[in-house]
Ligand binder design. Structure first.
Ligand SMILES: Nc1ncnc2c1ncn2[C@@H]1O[C@H](COP(=O)(O)OP(=O)(O)OP(=O)(O)O)[C@@H](O)[C@H]1O
Length: 246
């Protein structure tokens, strides 16, 4: 399987401190990947670089079949190229219904001129219903987003990202603050989404990572420390040292 995202030799320093240190990393077009690592390992900075929020000092980030450089694109262009990012805190419109939130997300998909002309159509209503069922919110379409549980808000936001048909979804700590039942549903959702696209999950919660049952990349000091199954990486003495702080 060819790589969808290829990060090679990226470095990013903040005031002389290397948050990312010659990091190389690649993601297949259809893959679920967990990225773990202790606090300050560079996980957020890595996602900031891929989404164009932060520019690396050196290295390359290539995207898609044409190996286009993401470093030549701004955040909006990267999002339009097919990279969606889910931040830890849900940012849904609380006073709008689930359907309205999803409708707005469909609209955000369009070019500036198309947005001006855009009107909800029967097709877009069907798409909103499809998105809601995809994230388990079909029965909540008429509810205000503010009334949803924390987990449901997270799923709504994932649905809003799906409206833009991303080829790569970056998901930051999805399990945080969720009930056990919500975590299980989130695992199922992420695994299903990764059947047709690339999904990268940054997560601290090892139980959650175990349930994802996918390849794990361990970051430490801005570089890849280990990669493989969770059992494989947690047996690695370097990983054990880093996590136990020895
Ligand atoms: N804008 C910034 N200015 C200065 N230092 C920064 C900046 N962003 C990140 N850093 C530093 O870079 C290092 C990596 O941070 P990063 O947030 O990427 O780690 P992380 O793995 O996401 O950590 P956590 O798990 O705690 O979220 C940290 O030491 C952090 O303090």
């Amino acid at each position: 399987m060819s790589a969808l995202l290829e990060v090679s030799g990226i470095t990013k320093s903040f005031d002389g401190f290397k948050a990312i240190n010659n990091l190389s990393f690649s993601i297949d077009a259809v893959e679920l990947r967990a990225v773990i690592g202790p606090n300050g390992a560079g996980k957020t900075t890595f996602m900031d670089i891929v989404t164009g929020k932060t520019r690396p000092d050196a290295g390359e980030v290539l995207w898609g079949e044409g190996s286009r450089s993401l470093l030549k694109m701004n955040e909006a262009q990267i999002a339009r190229a097919g990279i969606g990012r889910k931040f830890q805190r849900p940012t849904v419109f609380e006073d709008q219904t689930v359907a309205e939130n999803l409708t707005m997300a469909l609209r955000a998909d369009r070019s500036p001129f198309a947005v001006l002309r855009w009107r909800p159509s029967r097709g877009s209503q069907a798409r909103v219903e499809d998105l809601a069922s995809e994230v388990g919110l079909a029965a909540q379409l008429a509810r205000k987003a503010g009334e949803l549980s924390h987990g449901q808000k997270q799923w709504l936001e994932i649905g809003m990202l799906l409206a833009q048909e991303p080829r790569l979804l970056l998901v930051d700590e999805p399990a945080a603050g969720m009930t056990l039942a919500e975590r299980e549903q989130t695992t199922t959702l992420l695994c299903r989404l990764a059947e047709t696209r690339a999904v990268v999950v940054v997560e601290h919660d090892m139980d959650f990572v175990r349930r994802l049952n996918c390849k794990v990349t361990v970051l430490h000091q801005g570089a890849v420390l280990a990669e493989g199954s969770l059992d494989h990486v947690t047996r690695n003495p370097d990983v054990i040292d880093v996590y136990l702080g020895r």
